[in-house]
Design a protein around this ligand. Structure first.
Ligand code: FAD
Length: 692
């Protein structure tokens, strides 16, 4: 190295960061006096360590792009949304619907709202997110109902807390609907362009610049780049720079984000092959029909307009499939180490499943249609990154797929995403004011998780610009609150997938009452109309009225009633009973009591179902409400924003570090940080009490 200079590796060692981070600092011009030769950098040996991102970042806007591409002032907006996937769509619609000039950027207009994985919305825990997005005034539920080709309520055999709606969707139709919705939205421009730089001045976002040199001035920017940032697809030995579905990756932006001090890391996910329906033998599979009674995702969708126009099928892997995998494990990028990124524990590849559960003789696979006007089928449960020829052998060992024509092979994709503990609960970055993260970029996985975060980021970017109170959803408000709190408080070491077991309040956070829990918040921020909120209030007033009627309507003992009760396996009534008391019996449902309930008013299912659930689970609901009271008490005890934790007596070192890093909003959030004990919380309370 030239005298007075050190290499990126040496600088990395000196500053305790990765060499890749140093290279990005150099690329972004964040280190003064750097010299470049070929692909390497010479760093002045006395150069200070660039900003590590927790304090206000400076990112000098470039005057020209690499290759001497001139930059020109292309216009301005209030909110720039980088990405038109599930997160970006909700973010852009929210900001535009709140009256702010918004521009949404995407690498390919024809991939707006793309479903690079299963063409389905919802599922366990995810159905809850979609209902909550709808209750807050988001778009996903409405679009899903318009594009759905099959509905199934999962876990119907269990309690209502885990009932989860899932809809198979027509993938192309969903994209068309979302693209057209964006195009029609007032205050919103839709642009096909890759954003390669975000400008920051005095710690605040001020611009975004595209690969063609167009610079747009803005007051907020939302990063919703999904699986595209430094995207790399992997199929056996074939590794390519690419986004999903053969779309271009976004190669430039990562360097800029790291120069601002955002802590990026590599995650990965994978998808199964697609096959042509004409080559499938359905007679060797089990048909999976949709529900007879369809429940929509959106509270505003008329269920009578919905139909199931397709079925899915169920088949299984077998010993031959597992043998093909084991024989070729040395060629699996997961096991050969080609894949560096961390994958989702709850959506494992088939090779991981076979190796993790060696005693399991078979794994179930769902064969799902991808739309009405296509022969493409999606093989759910068969994600893989095995070489293509091995995939063919694996697939052709499966009953019904012996002659399957592979239209798209399975692949894994690695991408850059941020450590979500670098975000506030508003999803604004701690490093740069006005810069927000949403979706897969925040370390989550799934369309629904992405859309939920996009909505929150879009609302909060708008609230800040409008000088209004931000929207922070608590764990007790819903799955969205739980999702974001888990990400920004606990962080995640793998793509985070929502599940009903993630929340401690699942009995009161059901998908059926999302409107009651969240429409008033959607109305406060301005995305839910007063009329809609009024309708929700009327619905729940009707629920209360029906509950009152059930509590105060008695049934006298009769032969018919008692033989009905005995037939249901529950005791006869001797002195009569209220309808509510009968409903409290696990064997008795509201519907079944209809023949005895002569005065029963004609009520919508959404109303009587609520009354039934509240009566049946009254005790449990009351207990959970008590827990929520205790939780809210700690959540409301806010912590000073500029708190210096290093000086708090009685706090353990680990707690000081974690509290200093996460900078929790409240005692509640502080108590959920891993490594912060109840004793630390007590010490903090005493310290603040004494230093009032
Ligand atoms: C191969 C694969 C398999 C998957 N498997 C699963 C699974 O099994 N289970 C699951 O839950 N989820 C899975 N997913 C994840 C799911 O697709 C994502 O969670 C979801 O799409 C994330 O939505 P998003 O809005 O964050 O990002 P995406 O939907 O990825 O959208 C990102 C958007 O950002 C745009 N963009 C990116 N960079 C730039 C830039 N610099 N400038 C302008 N535009 C940019 C893109 O054009 C795109 O519009 C998988 C994804 C892939 C690719």
């Amino acid at each position: 190295m030239i005298k007075g200079y050190i290499s990126a590796a040496e600088a990395a060692k000196k500053w305790g960061i990765t060499p890749r981070r140093v290279q990005n600092y150099c690329a972004a011009g964040a280190i003064e006096g750097v010299i470049r030769f070929g692909r390497s950098y010479g760093i002045p040996e006395n150069a200070p360590k660039p900003n590590d991102g927790r304090k206000s970042a400076v990112y000098e806007e470039k005057t020209q792009l690499p290759g001497g591409i001139p930059i020109y002032e292309a216009g301005q907006c209030k909110v720039a949304v980088i990405g038109a996937g599930h997160a970006g769509i909700e973010a852009a619609l929210a900001a535009a619907r709140l009256g702010l000039d918004t521009i949404i950027f995407t690498i390919n207009l024809d991939a707006i709202g793309n479903m690079p994985c299963n063409p389905a919305i919802g599922g366990t825990g995810k159905g809850h997110l979609v209902r909550e997005i709808d209750a807050l005034g988001g778009e996903m539920a409405v679009a899903s109902d318009k594009a759905a080709i099959q509905y199934r309520m999962l876990n119907r055999g269990k309690g209502p807390a885990v009932h989860s709606l899932r809809a198979q969707c027509d993938r192309r139709k969903y994209q068309e609907i979302m693209k057209h919705t964006l195009e029609k939205q007032a205050n919103l421009q839709v642009k096909q362009a890759e954003v390669v730089e975000i400008g920051v001045r005095d710690g605040r976002v001020c611009s975004v610049t595209t690969a063609t040199g167009a610079r747009f001035r803005c007051e907020a920017a939302i990063i919703a780049t999904g699986t595209y940032l430094k995207g790399k697809t992997i199929v056996g030995e074939v590794v390519r720079d690419s986004g999903p579905d053969g779309l271009a990756a976004a190669g430039e932006l990562s360097a800029c984000l790291e120069a601002m001090g955002l802590p990026l890391r590599r995650f990965k996910t994978g998808t199964p092959p697609r096959v042509n329906a004409r080559s499938v033998d359905y007679s060797r599979m089990e048909v999976q029909p949709g529900d007879e009674v369809i429940e929509p995702f959106s509270f505003q969708t008329d269920a009578s307009t919905l139909v199931n126009s397709r079925v899915c099928y169920l088949t299984y892997t077998n010993a031959e499939t597992h043998g093909a995998i084991k024989e070729n494990l040395h060629r699996s990028p997961i096991y050969s180490g080609v894949i560096e990124g961390v994958g989702p524990r709850y959506c494992p590849s088939i090779e991981t499943k076979v190796m993790t559960f060696p005693d399991k003789p078979r794994h179930q696979l769902f064969v799902e249609p991808m739309g009405l006007n296509t022969e493409e089928l999606y093989i759910q449960g068969f994600s893989s990154s095995m070489p293509e020829e091995v995939q063919l052998r694996m697939m052709r060992s499966i009953p019904g797929l012996e002659n399957a024509e592979m239209m798209r092979c399975a692949y894994a994709i690695e991408y850059d995403c941020v450590d979500p503990t670098a975000l506030h609960p508003t999803l604004e970055t701690k490093a740069v004011s006005g810069l927000y993260g949403a979706g897969q970029f925040n370390g989550s996985s799934g369309y629904e998780e992405a859309a939920a975060q996009g909505l929150v980021a879009g609302i909060n970017a708008a609230m800040k610009i409008l000088g209004r109170e931000s929207m922070v959803l608590r764990r007790s408000d819903g799955y969205i609150g739980t999702l974001i709190d888990d990400l920004v408080t606990k962080g995640t070491e793998e793509p985070y997938r929502m599940m009903t077991s993630r929340t401690e309040y699942r009995l009161i956070l059901r998908q059926d009452n999302a409107d009651e829990r969240l429409c008033h918040i959607g109305n406060r921020v301005g995305l839910v109309s007063d009329e809609r909120l009024e309708a929700v209030k009327e619905k729940y007033a009707a629920v209360e009225k029906e509950m009152y009627r059930l509590e105060h309507t008695g049934l006298a003992p009769s032969e018919e009633l008692n033989s009905f009760l005995e037939a249901k396996g529950t005791a006869a009534v001797l002195n009569g009973s209220s309808l509510a008391d009968l409903i409290r019996r696990p064997q008795i449902s509201y519907a079944a009591l209809g023949e005895f309930d002569k005065e029963r008013p004609a009520l919508p299912k959404a109303v009587w179902e609520q009354a039934e659930i509240r009566i049946k689970y009254e005790g449990y609901i009351r207990r959970q409400m008590k827990q929520v009271e205790e939780f809210t008490r700690l959540e409301k005890r806010l912590l000073p924003e500029n708190m210096d934790y290093s000086g708090v007596i009685g706090l353990r070192l680990e707690a000081r570090e974690k509290l200093g890093q996460i900078r929790p909003r409240s005692f509640g959030q502080a108590s959920r940080i891993s490594g912060v004990s109840p004793a630390d919380i007590a010490a903090l309370m005493v310290y603040l009490e004494n230093n009032k």
